[in-house]
Every structure is written in structure tokens, then in C-alpha cells.
Design a protein around this ligand. Sequence first.
Ligand code: MN
Length: 247
Amino acid sequence: MVLAQVAELVDAQVSGICGRKAVEVQVLSWAPFIFLKQIRDFIMNITLHHGDLPADIDFGGSVAVDTETMGLNPIRDRLCLVQLSAGDGTCHLVKFDGENYDAPNLRRLMSDQNVLKIFHYARFDIAVISAYLGVITTPVYCTKIASRLIRTFTSYHGLKNLCRDLLGVEISKQQQSSDWGAAELSPEQQEYAASDVLYLHQLKEKLDEMLIREDRMEFANSCYNFLPTRALLDLHGWPEEDIFAHS
Ligand code: MN
């Protein structure tokens, strides 16, 4: 919404100077890009940490969490990055070098019973966090499970789809398959990583409204509570098998 207004403003500025001398246009034509960059930095207030969160950080009652890894197999592919947001437009990135996974502050937050951890596809992140940080993440909320339980009119439950359908926000998935183990993360990688957690609080709010409306909240809560077990089954040899199935 803000970006659209800024774009309009920039459009107005650009068209306003079109009639003036060419040299002025050349100089001022940079202005919109600088302006947009500042707005983007403002919206995405990103702080990069190495190895752990600072001890004094407070996310309030719920924190949006996502991870980036070397690949999709938590046993083979190491944890590279954990992204966190309090849902206020700011994001904290914790980068891991592959050697040291002590991270006492991050571990404490993951098991803090007073802080709800909001994920999109929590099953994978809980497994990776368990494998590398040695902590079972609870309590948890998963926007993908909420969507599957309530948006039964569609088979599209990806984060990009949810952001578009429920919030009218377009997020880019361009950096998804980039090298998250690199010594330095590019600004594009950092922005992508941040965008994966910035909207989870807003999505939870919309999904909860629907879950309450259709009386599926308890059902959803039971599924979230089972998620750590589901993640441990993945890590301990039952990644695909449906243990509830008859055969
Ligand atoms: Mn991600």
C-alpha cells in the first residue's frame, strides 16, 4: 500500500519535470531510485547477527521464524540462516558459519513457552532447528497448515499465494535457491530472507478469522501441537510414510 503511494508520488515527480530542461531531467531521474531504496530500507529494517541473537532482544508474545539451509534434506543440508520478526516490519537475521551452533539466546527463544513461534511450513524448520540447535521448538503456529485446513477451495498454499490472496502483497521467490552458505549474503538474499517472515503475523490474523468463522480453530491447534512430533519422525526415519495409514 505504502509502496504504491510512493510509486504514484515518484510518477508525479517524474512527469512534473519532463517539460523542463534535459539536464535537469538527467540529474533528477536518479531521485526516484534513491527515494524508493530509502523507503524499502525503512520497510525492511534488517539486522544481521552472527552465531546468535543478542541477549537483550524481545519479540513480545509471538515471533515469525523461518530458516534457510543448503537444501531440503535436514540431515544432509546444514542450517545457514534463521530469520525472525516481531511482525513490526523489522527483521533479525542470524547467520551460521557451519562450525558453531551454540546460540543459547536463540535456543532459549525457540523453547520459550510464552512466545508463540509462527512459521510457514513449520515441519521443515522445526526439524532443521532440532537437528542443528538441539532444541524442540514449541509452541508453534503454521500458516500452511492453517491454510490447508481452511482454504479448502484452493490447492495453492504457498507463502507467495497466501501473501497475494490474503494481503494483496507480492513477494519475490527469486533468491530461494541461492547459496545460503556463502560467507557474505547479498542485499538481495537478505531482503528475500526477511520477506519470508515479515508477513506471517498478518497472515495468521487473517487465517485465524477464517478458522474461527468455520469453527476449525481447535482442529488447527491440535495439528500445530503435533508438529514437533511430525518433524522428529522426519529426522528419525519416517519422512514419507503415513504411520496412520492402514497399509
Ligand atoms: Mn525462506
